[in-house]
Design a binder for this molecule. Structure first.
Ligand SMILES: NC(=O)c1ccc[n+]([C@@H]2O[C@H](COP(=O)([O-])OP(=O)(O)OC[C@H]3O[C@@H](n4cnc5c(N)ncnc54)[C@H](O)[C@@H]3O)[C@@H](O)[C@H]2O)c1
Length: 263
């Protein structure tokens, strides 16, 4: 497939570009930060420097692709206007450009913080009600709402990946439940790009963790087969005084952090 990856210079972006490229997808990247030579070499359709909140940039980067993987965004708490600009306004600009250009699919990096104030009791299903823990989480819920709206109005296939903790390896007790390995991140995005999808779907982005807090069933229905399990690292992870508090809500530390901390 010909795929646009937004946020291609970021942590998840670089990993996804490298993984999708080896799967045979032809990629274009766009980021506010210039791509280095190694990354540029993996982006045969172009390494564009630009802000995807800008409709002109959005229109130019979606031209002639089959799908958009939207990873551009500030991955942390910020003021409400900053959060909405970073996650909802970028998503809206890209979706408008996709409708105009006839691009049929978006895969979006949502977050577990869209449901972060769900108490940690049973396994959380993908259709759990939105329960954001921060303005960051509110902006992810707003972006998921846009995906649902454009799926229903314009027939765009839209998959929101509620990513847990994307890290080389888990380092805390919470992350034994929320970890998404690099390899599984690529498998998840590839499944969301290529599976038959009608309308809007939300899935959790975690590895096959023995202590998973979130139900992987919706992802498996798209063909996502995670191979890693954070449990392999459990012996290396020491207990911390924060562990109990971080285990009270799905969003962990975000569930109690001050709202609107500046970028
Ligand atoms: N890292 C995680 O564990 C995690 C968990 C849940 C969700 N997410 C989401 O995944 C996405 C990627 O996260 P990351 O960890 O790679 O973050 P990152 O900060 O490493 O990368 C984000 C990239 O997006 C670019 N960017 C930001 N706003 C942009 C804009 N308006 N136009 C163009 N480029 C822009 C940045 O320059 C950066 O290179 C974010 O949307 C984040 O909210 C990440």
């Amino acid at each position: 497939m010909r795929v646009l990856v937004t946020g291609s210079s970021g942590a998840i972006g670089r990993t996804v570009v490298s993984g999708l490229s080896s799967q045979g997808h032809a990629l274009r990247g766009v980021d506010r930060t210039e791509a280095d030579t190694e990354l540029t070499g993996l982006l045969p359709l172009g390494a564009v420097v630009g802000d995807v909140t800008d409709p002109v940039v959005a229109a130019s980067v979606v031209s002639d692709v089959d799908a958009v993987v939207h990873l551009a965004g500030h991955p942390d708490e910020a003021t409400l206007p900053e959060s909405l600009a970073s996650h909802a306004h970028t998503t809206a600009a890209l979706l408008d450009a996709m409708v105009e250009a006839g691009v049929p699919r978006m895969v979006f990096a949502s977050s577990n913080h869209a449901v972060g104030l769900s108490p940690r009791t049973d396994l959380l299903a993908a259709d759990a009600r939105p329960r954001p823990d921060t303005f960051y989480g509110v902006a992810k819920v707003a972006a998921e709402g846009l995906l649902s709206l454009y799926a229903d109005r314009f027939g765009i296939a839209a998959v929101a990946l509620r990513i847990g903790s994307f890290l080389p390896e888990p380092t805390t007790v919470r992350e034994l439940s929320t970890w998404l390995s690099y390899g599984d991140a690529v498998r998840l995005v590839d499944a969301a790009l290529t599976a038959p999808v009608e309308g809007f779907a939300a899935v959790y982005g975690i590895s096959a963790n023995s202590r998973a807090w979130w139900d992987l069933e919706a992802g498996r229905r798209l063909g996502y087969e995670p191979r890693d399990d954070a449990e392999a690292y459990a012996d290396q992870i020491g207990a911390r005084s924060e562990d109990e508090g971080e285990g009270a809500y799905a969003g962990g530390p975000f569930a109690v952090m001050p709202l609107g901390k500046a970028i």
